[in-house]
Design a protein around this ligand. Sequence first.
Ligand code: HEM
Length: 217
Amino acid sequence: MSQLNMKRIYLYSKFERFWHWVQAVLITLLLVTGFEVHGVYTLFGFEQAVDIHATAGISWVILYVFIAFWLLTTGEWKQYIPTTKRLLVVMRYYAFGIFRGEPHPVQKKREAKHNPLQRLTYLGLASVLIPIMLATGLVYYYYNELALNDLGLVANLHVVGAFLILMFYVVHVYMTTTGHSVTAHIQAMFTGWEEVEDESQVEDWERADKVDNVTTS
Ligand code: HEM
């Protein structure tokens, strides 16, 4: 772990923390009830699982509209502009460096709070996978009203998407434990404040490695 001094920066606003945790609860409910509906196990009972699933699903559609509005109006969508700059370095860090106690290769900043790998992942989720889940879920929900006679493609997409969301969920929860302490990232998502290395303390040889840090502009 790094010997550098730390400073606190404000990363996550109140609304961001609110939607993060509401979304976490909804996705957990959707995964648990969705796989029950799929027949993997019995927990709530089929009928109740379907009810909880539909309620959580519709709540998520509504929340998603608010999140999209917030991202667009605050300009925070820029945090998700994809970049390949330092992407390989970050991937290498999570594959090897992290197990050798190396410092994270990308410094978090208020205006660039996601590393290049997070940007790609979150952009893919927010613009492809989640819309697919919401849309296929809605078609499922309004199946009778839509008078469709075959749900095959929609159902398959919904289930494949569910497995992808499950994969993201597992990796995401693991990643939350990889801050400078096991709970640092999780605490930051509750308080808004995260401790990061104080750049003024960065040694010259490290600064050379940090000059091309990701920025939003
Ligand atoms: C994390 C997101 C989600 C996951 C993991 C998930 C998972 C699942 C799974 C595994 C099934 C069973 C599919 C089958 O066996 O054919 C299912 C069914 C369903 N899902 Fe989702 N889903 C999610 C989001 C949504 C959303 C956002 C909605 C609504 C807007 C929704 C509405 C439905 C409906 C209506 C069904 C059919 C229930 C029934 O058979 O009566 N889902 N979901």
